[in-house]
Design a protein around this ligand. Structure first.
Ligand code: HEM
Length: 445
């Protein structure tokens, strides 16, 4: 019988509880350095202990996300919390309900379909750049700017015209809900959600917003709209099956959740890293100028903007927007020679695996060349998985790559960036995000 995985040193009584609260990202990396590829993190006093198994090798990630996916389900404490806040849409549902939703929603995320959103994405980037041009101080916080942009893009693509209120509500509500989900996930005991007034208000505002937009749409007979909400309301499969109104609402919530802070983090750090690595910035700009010759980017240019895409991929290696992906083991299993008891929460971690010395030389160094095709081919597939992998991989990958590469190209066309903040604090809420400003100075070209 295999043994249980080792645990990092922590408080004798509370395990890694306080470390996880204070510096969860640091704790994970220290866990791998101290204990290896499978680590048993325990948090909380005896009797109330929370146990989380971290799996950090590429083979382990593959087992949890793909080959053993039937045993590692979205029943973990994290997913219970996400489900309670964001409903049972594509991100959270399982089994028949999931298969049905994926079948219905997938056609709305084909490359051809998503490419139709490129114009709207570019228009929103143009609005941001116009505002940047008008600034007298020329200093912007990339974190705020990227979050505003990606929220406007996803809201516009979902709701068409009804964007302003959606953006305001989500900007206020999302951090409160996300923070609550993240705290409750690593807490051995939780008070009822209804006791948290801030959470309840934010949650009600977010759900009311979606319900109201959907209801107003159907009342006005505007279900025909070409935005994502209109498509979701109309979509049918061959047998005539369609999403119920509550399922449409849950997808909307999930797209708002999954589709904005993730892309915002990717964009923030790609710009931040280029702002601090002027050689990379110069090379990416030269590519943009060569490929686009001063015109706006389009979907056909994506495959030509190879270096710009590598910059984005490398930014997501160092700052993966989803730093950990959690599952619950149904049956006892073995990973990397260690026993994983039935019922354990198990997570794989782009944050850790993307820095694993077995796959990445000098892992903390920013180097887009790691994503040259020959380098990518030489690495195990599961050494890099910012969008997850396996049967539950991200449906929005092309959406966010299209949005982010276009945005990067348009920024580079107009501005030189100089990074002002070297020490950026990070937090792993529901997604990885900066908790301190990420400022840069802009010089028009
Ligand atoms: C840089 C941007 C993004 C990153 C890094 C990202 C990352 C991820 C990851 C890691 C997963 C897998 C979660 C798991 O296995 O538990 C996932 C799933 C998902 N993502 Fe994304 N995502 C991004 C953008 C988007 C966008 C723009 C949308 C939609 C507009 C989206 C919608 C979804 C959905 C619906 C799922 C669940 C898919 C399924 O289970 O079938 N994501 N994403």
């Amino acid at each position: 019988m295999a043994t249980l995985a080792p645990s990092p040193t922590g408080s004798r009584l509370f395990g890694s509880l306080f470390d996880l609260r204070r510096d969860s990202l640091g704790v994970l990396l220290r866990g791998m350095r101290e204990c290896g590829d499978v680590v048993r993190f325990v948090a909380g006093p005896p009797g109330l202990r929370l146990t989380l198994h971290g799996v950090f090798s590429a083979e382990g990630a593959q087992q949890v996300l793909a080959t053993g996916a039937a045993n590692f389900r979205k029943d973990s404490k994290t997913y219970v919390e996400v489900r309670a806040s964001f409903g049972d849409g594509l991100f959270t549902s399982q089994d028949d309900a999931y298969r049905r939703q994926r079948r219905l929603v997938q056609p709305l995320f084909t490359r051809r379909r998503v490419d139709q959103y490129a114009d709207a994405m570019r228009e929103e980037v143009s609005v941001v750049l116009r505002r940047w041009r008008d600034r007298t101080d020329r200093v912007v916080d990339l974190r705020d700017e990227s979050t505003g942009l990606t929220l406007r893009v996803v809201a516009r693509i979902l709701f068409g015209a009804d964007v302003e209120e959606a953006v305001g509500t989500m900007r206020d509500s999302f951090p409160v809900i996300s923070g609550s989900v993240a705290r409750r996930t690593v807490s051995p005991v939780n008070l009822p959600r209804s006791w948290d007034r801030g959470y309840v208000t934010a949650h009600q505002r977010m759900r009311h917003l979606c319900d109201r937009i959907i209801a107003e749409r159907s009342a006005a007979g505007r279900d025909e709209g070409d935005d994502l909400l209109g498509l979701l309301a109309r979509v049918r499969d061959e047998s005539g099956d369609r999403l119920a109104a509550s399922e449409v609402r849950d997808q909307v919530l999930i797209f708002l959740l999954a589709g904005h802070e993730t892309t915002a983090t990717a964009l923030t750090f790609a710009l931040h890293l280029m702002a601090h690595h002027r050689d990379v910035q110069t090379r990416a700009r030269a590519e943009v100028d060569r490929v686009l010759g001063g015109r706006p980017p389009g979907t056909a240019d994506l495959d030509e903007l190879t270096y710009t895409t590598r910059v984005l991929k490398e930014a997501m290696r160092l700052y993966p927007p989803v730093p950990s992906i959690v599952r619950r083991a149904v049956d006892e299993s073995e990973i990397g020679g260690y026993r994983i008891p039935a019922g354990s929460d198990v997570f794989v971690s782009p944050w850790v695996t993307h820095r694993h010395p077995a796959y990445w030389a000098d892992p903390e160094r920013f180097d887009p060349e790691r994503f040259r095709p020959e380098e990518e081919a030489a690495r195990p597939r599961y050494a890099y998985f910012p969008f997850g992998r396996g049967p539950r991989a991200c449906i929005g990958e092309h959406f966010s790559m299209l949005e982010a590469v276009q945005a990067l190209a348009m920024v580079l066309q107009e501005f030189e960036l100089e990074g002002l903040d070297t020490d950026v604090s990070l937090d792993q809420g529901m997604t990885l995000h900066a908790t301190s400003p990420v400022r840069c100075r802009l010089s028009p070209r």
